[in-house]
Design a protein. Structure first.
Length: 303
């Protein structure tokens, strides 16, 4: 007599939760990742009058592109200009779109705008607390930022009003008034633009300072390391899930003949992950960004 064969019961897919989780996670990624944003790209030069984030505040020309110099202060000023331009595109994208935001998208726009404020506030605080003292130490001169400190003070009051208004309507997005936000931005726009342009020249001119490190010296290498380490950390410390995607999605790699297409020098897979994985957390906010994939794109809320 043959032994009885014990049949194993067939396992249901419900017994394998991983098989359920994988398609759900893929679906969430596809629907939330900025990689799948569908706004058309835009050529600001040939846009036939279509407004874009290069106005109303003028973007900064990088000193290296303008002068072709490569000293540490011209390089530092250039990288600061690229950072400033991401902030300025953010300002312009908010300013231009605010009056046109749909009622159903006001909550997302408030989140996008508050991220810009967080970016600017963190950038200011990090300059004052870290970068400026280190450069003063390099040059043995604590007067070099006197004008810059005054420029900061000139727009901080308006920036605080910007945040206060958005925090006030954040719990009740229906009360958001884009015209009112633009009015607040007009209150500090001139001083904000003046500073974000002026600071670049201030840094570049430090190359002519009497105590500027001589090329090829250990002092020059230390000063270059100061700019490099500050630049690497200043955005990430502001917020990986909000400020970093905001920054990367307001970078235009086509500007200045595309010479900064690979700036910042982040490995492509890492940059992709910062935009599409970290950025997925607040995915609804990024439809208002000025760029995608390093290229200008049509501003979402504009008619």
């Amino acid at each position: 007599m043959e032994p009885t064969v014990k049949l194993q019961p067939r396992r249901s897919i419900l017994d394998r939760p991983i098989l359920i989780a994988i398609p759900i996670l893929i679906g969430l990624f596809i629907t939330r990742s900025p990689f799948f944003m569908s706004a058309p790209t835009l050529d600001p030069v040939a846009s036939d009058g279509q407004l874009w984030a290069n106005t109303p505040i003028k973007l900064v020309t990088t000193p290296q592109y303008e002068t072709k110099k490569t000293d540490i202060f011209t390089t530092g000023a250039t990288h600061m200009a690229l950072l400033h331009n991401a902030i300025l595109r953010g300002f312009n994208s908010i300013y231009l779109q605010a009056p046109h935001v749909k009622p159903t998208e006001k909550h997302d726009f408030i989140g996008y705008s508050l991220t810009w404020h967080k970016f600017v506030a963190s950038h200011h605080d990090d300059e004052e607390a870290t970068l400026f003292p280190k450069v003063e130490e390099v040059l043995k001169d604590n007067t070099i930022w006197a004008a810059t400190h005054k420029e900061h003070e000139a727009f901080l009051g308006g920036l605080a009003k910007f945040e206060k208004y958005l925090r006030g309507v954040e719990p009740r997005p229906a009360e958001f008034d884009g015209t009112e936000l633009v009015k607040i931005m007009d209150g500090f726009r001139d001083s904000f633009e003046a500073h974000f342009q002026s600071e670049i020249g201030t840094i570049a001119r430090l190359a002519d300072h009497a105590n500027a490190p001589k090329p090829g010296t250990p002092e020059e290498a230390a000063a270059a390391a100061t700019f490099k380490s500050w630049g690497k950390s200043t955005v990430t410390k502001a917020g990986t899930l909000d400020v970093v995607p905001f920054f990367l999605l307001n970078l235009d790699g086509t500007a200045e003949d595309g010479v900064w297409a690979n700036w910042p020098p982040i490995p492509a897979p890492v940059k992709w992950g910062l935009v599409n994985l970290a950025g997925a957390y607040h995915s609804r906010w990024w439809k208002f960004s000025s760029c995608a994939g390093g290229r200008p794109r049509k501003l979402h809320a504009l008619p």
